[in-house]
Design a protein around this ligand. Sequence first.
Ligand SMILES: [Zn+2]
Length: 63
Amino acid sequence: MEIPEITLYKLERYLENLVPLKPSLIDCCINSCIAFTGDFSNKNICSRCKEPRYISDKVSNIS
Ligand SMILES: [Zn+2]
């Protein structure tokens, strides 16, 4: 079994290059339909599957 060329360190550097800014916390649909950015940034449900936006620590006041 060969040792892979790509180490975790290299992978992290690679990702840093892909995302020069600090990792952005973009909410995505739980089914990965969309990301809640741009036009969707104000949405609370997925426009495709109608699943609620991923809810983090805070308990939403959905009643
Ligand atoms: Zn969805």
